[in-house]
Design a protein around this ligand. Structure first.
Ligand SMILES: C[S@@+](CC[C@H](N)C(=O)[O-])C[C@H]1O[C@@H](n2cnc3c(N)ncnc32)[C@H](O)[C@@H]1O
Length: 312
């Protein structure tokens, strides 16, 4: 029996995908377990390399089968298996994907490490089946931002399609707004940290809605079918619904299915996406920020005059 659209199906994605018709999905987004020992409620995220890679090849192959010839598959993956999964998807299937973009998602609020640099990125691969026919809505104004030339220098010769990225380290994106343009393949969105309003609270790997917003806007059109084999907290499907796409997902955990379904029910098409659309300019840059010294001075003065302190 074919899987219903507009629903999160509970169970193993491979088993459930076998019920999806060939060539019926416009866009698939997969954020699988990264095989790094993360704690999920049902899935054990520490498999032998060969077992994990073989499993990935199987569900990537299934995604190939269910995608339309014009469809797009976006994969989120960590450093550990990025190279292997790129090779799996583009070389090791009966019919292989073509890689179109290798995007680096640069995030803040990662885990603090003691004897190595903190990890602040994951990889986002855009795979297609047909180089001549696939959705890429480069003209969507919500996908684009003004080029650095236009934004920083007001230059009328500015290329409206953006520019190649620099290979420069940036300490805080707010201090270099020209470095994180949406047409570049380094994207900046914060992780959904513990205190964020957007956080659903039942899943530790919740993706930011704005990141999915860019992917869904650029790689699908209103009414298209968006599929997520690893639904988790339901971010992909929530954003698809907000943006007027049809959606379906699969998820191993019955609890995640229950809570993500509740999240989807509360959403109406057209609802705004959670989180700041432009995180680089949503917080003050260093020059306009508040130093600790100034904050303490203000606190002391406020206490004397009975004023409220600055927010922490
Ligand atoms: C990294 S999380 C996805 C997070 C999601 N992108 C979000 O924004 O919340 C991976 C999810 O895959 C689920 N999962 C693991 N193995 C699965 C399988 N065989 N079939 C379906 N879901 C599975 C886990 O339970 C987990 O919720």
């Amino acid at each position: 029996m074919p899987l219903n659209i507009g629903k999160i199906h509970h169970g193993d994605c491979l088993t459930l995908m076998s019920q999806i018709e060939d060539g019926s999905i416009d866009l698939a987004f997969a954020d699988p377990p990264f095989n790094i020992g993360y704690r999920y409620d049902k899935y054990h995220d520490r498999q032998e390399d060969a077992t994990y890679l073989d499993w990935c090849r199987q569900w990537i192959g299934e995604l190939y089968r269910i995608l339309k010839p014009t469809g797009t598959f976006w994969l989120a993956i960590g450093d550990e298996y990025a190279a292997e999964l790129k090779v799996a998807a583009t070389r090791q299937l009966d019919e292989c994907f073509i890689m179109r973009s290798w995007v680096v998602w640069y995030y803040t609020f990662g885990v603090n490490c003691k004897r190595k640099f903190n990890r602040s990125h994951a990889h986002l691969f855009q795979f297609i089946k047909d180089e001549k026919q696939f959705t890429f809505n480069a003209e969507d104004p919500l996908v684009r931002v003004p080029s650095a030339r236009a934004l920083v220098y007001g230059d009328s010769r500015a290329n409206p399609t953006g520019r190649l990225p620099d290979d420069t380290w940036v300490l805080r994106p707010q201090d270099a707004p020209a470095s994180f343009q949406s047409m570049d393949d380094t994207w900046y969105y914060s992780r959904v940290a513990g205190t964020f309003k957007e956080r659903q609270g039942f899943h530790g790997c919740q993706m930011p809605e704005q990141l999915l917003g860019r992917i869904i806007r650029v790689s699908s059109n209103a009414g298209d079918v968006v599929f997520d084999p690893f639904t988790g907290s339901g971010t992909t499907l929530a954003v698809a619904k907000k943006l007027g796409r049809r959606y379906l997902g699969t998820e191993l955990s019955d609890d995640y299915v229950k809570y993500a379904t509740r999240r989807l029910k509360a959403i109406r098409p057209g609802d705004p996406l959670d989180g700041p659309a432009d995180p680089a300019s949503s917080s003050p840059n260093t020059a306009n920020g508040v130093t600790l010294e100034a904050r303490n001075r203000r606190k002391a003065a406020g206490a004397r005059q009975g004023l409220l302190p600055l927010p922490e």
